[in-house]
Design a protein around this ligand. Structure first.
Ligand SMILES: NC(=O)c1ccc[n+]([C@@H]2O[C@H](COP(=O)([O-])OP(=O)(O)OC[C@H]3O[C@@H](n4cnc5c(N)ncnc54)[C@H](OP(=O)(O)O)[C@@H]3O)[C@@H](O)[C@H]2O)c1
Length: 328
């Protein structure tokens, strides 16, 4: 089969399209012919060697995907060849071969059916970001109607957070560097949108909120803006640290946490067990129905265009960026 092979750690430049033997479904596993796979910033970190996982090389990246079941291994019940299924976060693309290939094997308990009315592209891009956003919101006991500020809100995790916050009855407020994307985020359900590059954004947010401060920040960005997001939190405010696309926080005064009893908590979708991810997925689908929401797809690239797709993703997408592996 054709696959994108990471031949050594050091960066995405070490990815090459190559030919390898198609995997064979072991006991409890399913073989999928991949239709669409989604890109995630963590693929880049893994390629750079800046990620905890150290898979055997050459490695195939790609954590999300949808496809047609080509074969089932011994002991698999509930799935048949010819059915279509999507992947929930597991070891695929991290410790084991991923979805940037014509075929991928996955444990059957990492598969879910494609939700009603979702396209194949939506199913290919839907799962990791929703599980991440779900953990970021639900790891705290927030009362309904909470103010949730989301940074990097136009990305996969950001849009999933806006949709789930809305479905859970919270008020999603967003930061995006682009005015066009701020408008799109309002259409998706954000009640307030601003730019992290605007020195007045905190004042504008407080004016909108009538002085009522933020209860939770979902932070995808980190970097120099981290102290600003701490500023807008009210008493007992929380921060779910999801990513750090702008790099490390250069200076942080821990005293800023004392007086409002702020809490900072990491998010790691990969810590969900298969059973926990399946249970969370059912809650996510119910919440998306309440929000009348589904995955937002920015763009699909051809199978040969993975490197261009990663460049596009790094510039800041509006939703998920996909690889059309065998879309037909
Ligand atoms: N902890 C976990 O379990 C987990 C799971 C999934 C993802 N993540 C991490 O969460 C972060 C977000 O993931 P994602 O899939 O949403 O990413 P994404 O789809 O690439 O979107 C990130 C958004 O952040 C903004 N952005 C990008 N680079 C930036 C920079 N240098 N400075 C400021 N803003 C920047 C862009 O928005 P604008 O252009 O609109 O400003 C972009 O659309 C990544 O770091 C990812 O690795 C963590």
């Amino acid at each position: 089969m054709k696959a994108w092979l990471l031949t050594k750690l050091g960066g995405l430049a070490n990815l090459h399209m190559g030919e390898v033997a198609a995997p064979v479904a072991a006991s409890g596993e399913v073989l999928l012919r991949v239709q669409f796979a989604a890109l995630n910033p963590a693929d880049r970190y893994l390629a750079q060697g800046a990620y905890p996982a150290r898979p055997a090389l050459p490695h195939i990246l790609g954590r999300d995907g949808v496809g047609e079941i080509a074969a089932v291994g011994p002991g698999v019940t509930g799935w048949q060849p010819g059915q279509h299924a999507m992947l929930l976060r597991g070891a695929v693309g991290v410790e084991r071969a991923g979805t940037f290939a014509e075929f991928v094997c996955a444990p059957a308990d990492n598969l879910v059916a494609i939700p009603d009315r979702w396209t194949s592209e939506q199913a290919g891009g839907g799962s990791l970001t929703y599980l991440t956003a779900w953990q970021a919101i639900t790891q705290w006991n927030l009362p309904p109607g909470s103010n949730i500020l989301i940074t990097g809100a136009s990305g996969g995790v950001g849009i999933a957070s806006v949709q789930l916050a809305k479905g859970l009855g919270h008020r999603a407020m967003v930061l995006s560097r682009s005015t066009d994307k701020q408008e799109r985020l309002r259409q998706i359900g954000a009640v307030w949108a601003g730019s992290p590059d605007d020195s007045q954004w905190r004042k504008s947010l407080m004016e909108y909120a009538g002085g009522r401060k933020v209860n939770l920040v979902i932070d995808n960005i980190g970097g120099a803006g981290f102290s600003d997001i701490v500023d807008v939190l009210g008493p007992n405010g929380r921060i779910s640290v999801v990513g750090r696309l702008a790099g490390p926080v250069p200076q942080f005064n821990t005293a800023s946490l004392f007086f409002r009893r702020l809490r900072v908590g990491g998010v790691a979708a990969g810590t969900y067990s298969a059973a926990e991810a399946q249970a969370a997925w059912q809650d996510i689908l119910k919440t998306l129905r309440l929000a009348e929401a589904a995955p937002v797809i920015d763009r699909s690239f051809g199978f040969a265009e993975l490197l261009q797709a990663f460049e596009y993703l790094a510039r800041g997408p509006m939703g998920k960026v996909l690889l059309a592996v065998c879309p037909g």
